[in-house]
Design a protein around this ligand. Structure first.
Ligand code: NAP
Length: 243
């Protein structure tokens, strides 16, 4: 019987100092994984590590700006061997297309897409050599819907969906599962409460989500319970993309 038990496994959760990543790190640690809490803000990173260890779990903080290729490499080096990779770190920008600075366009693709690509390139072959591993990337409903003002951000998330399918084709024959979750609006430190509340009213549930509701889906896909699932992007959006 497959379980949620992640004892003996190491999970790298990028962007785990806040929001969805933080909830995911706490959840995977509760299931027994040794968690590498990644982020840029060391104070918030250490606070998450403390919360995990206080609850009896194992964790350490790994710092790095994923918009920077050299930093991505130092995260890879510091992480060592990883059984579960959660590509969660990222940011959004909403506004008129003409007003998006080209530097921000590049930063969006660097942090949201290129970093995930480099991390998978580093870790997936090692997982494949072992014959097991699980990768979960955090997409967005913005990658599936045409949200006004969200063209570039949505494109970064649609790219992750495409990468997820291709990585499944590339690595799953060797036993590595590669999936994604696509959250709807979720209240986090990095989002505007007003925008998230408004987007929540467009879902069949008439509300936005909480980070833990996304973490539960990531936990499932990361765990052996999802043993026959690869290449999917699971919408966790209160039904928003179904209507
Ligand atoms: N909240 C939503 O409504 C929503 C909906 C759909 C998808 N998502 C996606 O879910 C993921 C998490 O979002 P969230 O709302 O939980 O965001 P959040 O609260 O702002 O947290 C973002 C996390 O990502 C890290 N991060 C951002 N840019 C980084 C960079 N360049 N290098 C390293 N770390 C970086 C931050 O680290 P530091 O703060 O330590 O620097 C932080 O830990 C993102 O990929 C986002 O696009 C969110």
């Amino acid at each position: 019987m497959a379980t949620n038990d992640l004892t003996g496994l190491t999970a790298l959760v990028t962007g785990a100092t806040s929001g969805i990543g933080r909830a995911t790190a706490l959840t995977l640690a509760r299931d027994g994984a040794s968690v590498l809490v990644h982020g840029r803000n060391a104070d918030r990173g250490e606070a998450v590590v403390k919360e995990i260890t206080a609850a009896g779990g194992t964790a350490r903080f790994v710092a790095g700006d994923l918009g920077d290729v050299a930093d991505v490499q130092s995260v890879i080096d510091a992480a060592g061997d990883v059984d579960i990779l959660v590509n969660n770190a990222g940011f959004s920008w909403f506004g008129p297309t003409v007003e998006l600075p080209v530097e921000t366009f590049d930063a969006l693709f660097a942090a949201n897409v290129r970093a995930a690509y480099l991390l998978v390139a580093a870790f997936a072959p090692k997982m494949a050599a072992k014959g097991s591993g699980s990768i979960v990337s955090v997409d967005s409903m913005a990658g599936k819907l045409g949200l006004g003002g969200g063209a570039a951000y949505g494109a970064t998330k649609a790219a992750l969906t495409a990468l997820t399918r291709s990585w499944a084709a590339e690595f799953s024959p060797a036993g590595v599962r590669v999936n994604a979750v696509a959250p709807g609006p979720v209240f986090t430190e990095g989002t505007s409460e007003e925008l998230i509340t408004q987007l929540g009213t467009t879902t069949p549930f008439n509300r936005a989500g909480q980070p833990q509701e996304i973490a539960e889906a990531i936990r499932f896909l990361a765990s052996p319970k999802a043993s026959y699932i690869t290449g999917v992007t699971l919408s966790v959006d209160g039904g928003r993309t179904a209507i």
